[in-house]
Design a protein around this ligand. Structure first.
Ligand SMILES: Nc1ncnc2c1ncn2[C@@H]1O[C@H](COP(=O)(O)OP(=O)(O)OP(=O)(O)O)[C@@H](O)[C@H]1O
Length: 765
């Protein structure tokens, strides 16, 4: 039978897998055929196996050739990032060899880690689009990589090639010459099943049609710890977003579970394929909300044969800052809003704690004195024209001028010469105007006095104290919060890059003596400790002092990318938009989000910062309206909750039914642990994959032990579930989930839309 009829407990509601799921697409007539017998299925599998064997045989030959090529030293084209060969760099190879060479090198990774190198087949009849022609049949296989045989005939077409487009775009209404679309299910090199969709009302006699539809099969299976690619079942409307122009801003919007993330990731793979030179050398940056999210999606691009994408969570975008925690919503809101820039600007222009407030010395026999007001003036003047870390020379001359003004006796030139070489001047500048690491400046703001002073007119006294307390907390625990990364980035842009101290010139005799002391069994030890150098480059062993932990690594100037892909964009604070904007000044963007799931309270301010990051580039919008994740029963429940408070929420249509409604449990007497344990135990019986207990912070400690029930169970806070999904969830005290977050019901909506198959909701009785 065709994919339009499904058997089993789970059924497809709104659409058949043979029809494109978008409601924008016309619904298709359901072609009817007889169900294939098991003998026919076995025969079809054997046919496909024969082709897959051919592909693997070609790859084995190619692998041998690749070995020879490498032995010949022809692998000059290896890129250091992926170890792969760039096609265009392999001038000594025929294109076929280059393609196959790549394929051979990637094959082992793809085979061992992912499903099916070859996953699709199209049976085409080119006379369909041209009635004047006789039947003109072609069989085309689609896979993760392109492979050709010795005669340069394609054995497999890369899923991103134009010749593969019909695999994703053909519908019974617009068949694009496709008679039958077949998805091959493989385990390594073995074909274990096939699923067909017929694009014409009647299958020609020689085409057997098998299976219940690949899409439903994919949606019904249980969820593991990581997202899978959807390369075999991309739907037409998704394909349009994936293959959209690489230029400008591509926005992908849609409600929960509509495939926005997975589509965006396939788009990244497509961009690399369509313009490898531009996107591999320029780089693609993929940014998501949390480290849990990046861990969840990190396999998708490698499974598509692409390794050269930079994947970062928002707290991890700035080199030298690795955020491991979230601030309270109140503090995060403060740190994310643009007014914090005034505080940072003032802090960046300040002197370090314990810097001297006046300069005194004897220069050229004269007592020189520069007092605080003059020093302040110098500071302001220099910073008007220079970034602080690049202004050592300017500040030194300004100080020399001020010193001369305080003396005005004798020869000016001689005074200036002496001043420049004066050891006390060096020592003073080292203390008063050192190179400053942006992270250190942020840590200066652990001092409540300093924050109140710089925050005057910008932050209320309470807000100032809250900010200072959060920096004190960082100093106590030795870790940054996600919101801190954008602040460090802002400060780095103000201060300029930290300059390395010039290497000390060594005298001739020293070089003779010191070079290669190791031959005498002596390890060379630096004679003086450069405080900044140790702070920024980090020590070899992991530091245990919290301050050193915060200052590990080095804050580099932001890398610029050819393409920036932002997921869960509705949650970015204005400061985070600015942080990404610095990395995407010359890039095109793919931006993915759903306003109804927003946890950032000020959408207007974030919108402005986002517009600034994008500039005036052309825009295109793709809207996804089919929910592939949640069973309809679960999504209906979630939709009711969000609609009550967000009437304009973008509500998609769920395509799958389980016949099982979410279970509501009234918890008496605060027995949350007992109730959650019972719920998890039931769900462990009901689903095969992952289960999340999503709890507000109030019960987090009490419920943590649930994770010991099974390695399939995790306990997680609502915010951290952004972008993730599970087979089943237990939602603890939904009203408290809304109450504890400034995102309110929107964050609850996120929590309620994480489960694919089962959901239990615990409420106080
Ligand atoms: N064409 C498809 N074939 C198979 N599975 C699909 C397809 N499209 C989406 N899915 C699955 O649907 C689920 C939801 O996708 P995804 O996480 O990308 O949605 P999302 O719109 O980003 O969700 P949210 O906004 O809730 O985070 C995933 O398991 C994904 O693999």
């Amino acid at each position: 039978m065709t994919g339009s009829a499904h058997s089993g407990a789970e059924t497809s509601g709104a659409e058949s897998s043979s029809a494109p799921p978008s409601s924008a697409e016309p619904s298709s007539p359901a072609p009817s055929t007889d169900k294939a017998s098991s003998a026919e299925v076995a025969r079809e599998i054997a046919i496909e196996q024969a082709h897959v064997d051919l592909v693997y045989a070609e790859l084995t030959k190619a692998q041998a050739r690749a070995g020879l090529i490498e032995a010949d030293g022809l692998a000059r084209g290896r890129t250091d990032r992926t170890g792969d060969v760039r096609d265009e760099e392999l001038t000594g190879l025929f294109e076929r060899d280059a393609l196959v060479f790549n394929a051979a090198r990637r094959r082992s990774t793809l085979d061992t880690q992912y499903e099916g190198l070859v996953f699709g087949r199209l049976d085409l009849d080119h006379s369909l689009s041209d009635a004047s022609r006789d039947a003109d049949r072609e069989t085309r296989y689609i896979g993760r990589l392109g492979v050709r045989d010795d005669d340069y005939e394609p054995l497999v077409v890369d899923w991103r090639a134009p010749a593969a487009a019909a695999f994703y775009r053909a519908t019974p209404v617009e068949p694009m010459d496709v008679l039958r679309r077949r998805v091959l299910r493989c385990k390594g090199a073995d074909v274990v099943g096939v699923e067909d969709d017929l694009m014409v009302p009647e299958a020609p006699d020689d085409l057997v049609v098998v299976g219940d539809g690949a899409l439903l099969a994919a949606l019904t299976r249980s969820r593991g710890a990581q997202m899978r690619d959807i390369v075999a079942t991309i739907q037409r409307h998704q394909d349009e977003a994936i293959r959209a122009s690489a230029r400008g801003i591509t926005e992908i919007t849609g409600g929960p579970g509509t495939g926005k993330t997975v589509v965006a990731l396939h788009r990244a793979a497509y961009l690399l394929y369509s313009d490898r030179r531009r996107f591999e050398s320029g780089g693609i940056l993929v940014v998501g909300p949390s480290a849990a999210y990046t861990a969840y999606i990190e396999r998708v691009l490698p499974s598509l044969g692409e390794e050269s994408v930079t994947l970062r969570s928002l707290g991890d975008v700035v080199d030298g800052v690795t955020a491991t925690r979230l601030d309270t919503p109140e503090v995060a809101a403060l740190k994310g809003s643009l007014r914090i820039r005034r505080l940072l600007a003032r802090a960046a222009a300040d002197t370090p704690p314990e810097a001297p407030d006046s300069f005194r010395a004897f220069v050229n026999g004269k007592a020189v004195r520069v007092d605080a007001p003059v020093l302040d003036r110098i500071r302001a003047q220099v910073l008007r024209n220079h970034q602080r870390n690049l202004s050592a020379k300017a500040v030194q001359s300004a100080l020399a001028e001020a010193a001369w003004s305080s003396v005005r006796e004798g020869d000016r030139a001689e005074f200036m010469d002496r001043f420049e070489d004066h050891l006390e001047v060096d020592a003073f500048l080292e203390a008063w105007w050192p190179q400053v690491d942006p992270r250190e400046v942020l840590l200066w703001l652990a001092d409540p006095e300093r924050v109140r002073q710089h925050g005057a007119g910008v932050l209320s006294p309470q807000e100032s104290d809250l900010f200072a307390a959060s920096m004190q907390h960082a100093l106590e625990v030795g870790s940054w919060s996600a919101a801190d990364a954008a602040l460090v980035d802002d400060l780095a842009a103000r201060l300029g890059p930290v300059q390395d101290a010039p290497a000390e010139e060594r005298g001739f005799y020293e070089i003779e003596e010191l070079d290669d002391v190791s031959q005498f069994g002596v390890a060379e030890v630096p004679s003086g400790v450069d405080r900044r150098a140790t702070a920024t480059t980090g020590s070899r062993t992991a530091p245990s002092d919290p301050r050193e932990m915060l200052l590990q690594g080095r804050v580099e100037a932001p890398g610029e990318y050819a393409h920036v892909l932002v997921d869960e964009a509705q949650d970015l604070s204005p400061m985070q938009w600015r942080m990404l904007g610095r990395r995407g000044r010359y890039s095109s963007w793919t931006v993915v989000g759903d306003a109804a799931q927003a946890s950032w309270p000020d959408a207007v301010e974030a919108g402005r910062a986002r517009e600034e990051a994008f500039g005036t580039q052309e825009r295109r919008l793709f809207h996804m309206d089919t929910n592939y994740r949640n069973a309809r029963e679960i999504f209906d429940y979630a939709a009711r909750v969000v609609r009550a408070q967000v009437p304009d929420a973008d509500i998609p249509q769920a395509v799958r039914e389980t016949g099982v409604d979410p279970v509501e449990v009234a918890v008496r007497g605060g027995e949350w642990l007992a109730a959650a344990t019972a719920a998890v135990e039931t769900l462990l019986e009901e689903v095969e994959g992952s289960i999340a207990v999503i709890t507000p912070s109030r019960y987090a400690v009490e419920l943590a032990e649930l994770a010991t029930l099974s390695d399939r169970v995790g306990v997680i806070d609502p915010m951290s579930t952004k972008g993730l999904e599970y087979d089943a969830t237990v939602i603890v005290d939904p009203d408290e989930v809304s109450a504890e977050s400034p995102g309110g019901v929107r964050v609850l909506y996120v929590a309620l839309t994480r489960a694919a198959h089962r959901m239990t909701v615990l409420r106080p009785a």
